[in-house]
Design a protein around this ligand. Structure first.
Ligand SMILES: C[S@@+](CC[C@H](N)C(=O)[O-])C[C@H]1O[C@@H](n2cnc3c(N)ncnc32)[C@H](O)[C@@H]1O
Length: 242
């Protein structure tokens, strides 16, 4: 998996690329990720990459020429080009799973008031990380890269991402570590029992309960078994009693 990021602030990515799991994935050559300075592609003698918007209005827009050159030079046969934008479709775990199967992704970070709208001729899709406006696309690019890279085979233990919240639609069950009693806050007995069957049954129930309690909005898009539907109804009935 290769990721190329086009930005006017490549230094933003240094700590991200030099820390923890992302660094290890790069060192092990499972992924290659590089931030490119957009100004290097500008034909302007001052390396300018922005200008005033036609029709007037506040702020500056990123011009199309440097982006055209950068994308054209970085694009490969099977590249997938993404513009980070608050106007895009909202990023989800489902999307991360799909993008982790790409071999080459180009991420374009906007800045200022955004980008000349003709950028639409150079991209495959526009992705937003949420319904709010940030000053630039660098943090969204890190969010996408992080969520995608950890799903690339070999980066983390696959069992661990398989059970992650949202991976199959559900939230994960609650987890605890030592000590088993912290100031009277106790770890559920079943987790200390050593009985793997009981633990797995408890975790099954708790992932359903967690989803019902914290993110019931997710339930409608999850394909459920009859047993899961029954469990959801039981949890909801018990909630009404409280
Ligand atoms: C200040 S924003 C521009 C917003 C633009 N004026 C608009 O109203 O759509 C500057 C850049 O930050 C990035 N950005 C801001 N919010 C974002 C979000 N929620 N998701 C992804 N990228 C975002 C985009 O790359 C955008 O071009």
């Amino acid at each position: 998996m290769n990721i190329d990021i086009i930005t006017i602030f490549p230094e933003f990515f240094d700590p991200f690329l030099e820390t923890s799991i992302i660094k290890r994935a790069i060192d092990q050559k499972i992924v290659s990720i590089k931030a490119h300075q957009l100004r290097d592609y500008s034909h302007n003698k001052h390396k300018k990459v922005d200008d005033t918007p036609y029709g007037g209005g506040a702020g500056m827009l990123m011009t199309i020429q440097p982006l055209d050159d950068a994308i054209t030079q970085l694009r490969q046969k099977d590249s997938h080009v993404i513009l980070l934008s608050p106007q895009g479709k909202k990023f989800t775990q489902k999307k991360a799973i799909k993008l982790a199967k790409e071999s080459h992704i180009i991420l374009i970070c906007g800045h200022y008031e955004g980008i000349d709208a003709r950028i639409e001729n150079y991209i495959d899709e526009e992705i937003s990380i949420g319904d709010y406006v940030l000053t630039g696309g660098e943090i969204p690019a890190m969010i996408l890269s992080d969520a995608i890279i950890r799903l690339v085979p070999g980066v983390i233990h696959e069992d661990s991402s398989e059970e992650d919240s949202l991976q199959n639609g559900w939230l994960k069950y609650p987890q605890y570590t030592k000590p088993s009693d912290y100031k009277g806050y106790l770890v559920p007995d079943v987790l200390l029992s050593g009985n793997h069957q009981d633990i797995s049954k408890w975790r099954e129930e708790m992932r359903i309960k967690n989803t019902v309690l914290k993110r019931s909005d997710l339930l409608k898009s999850i394909k459920k078994t009859d047993a899961e539907i029954k469990k959801i109804e039981e949890i909801k009935k018990n909630l009404k009693k409280v």
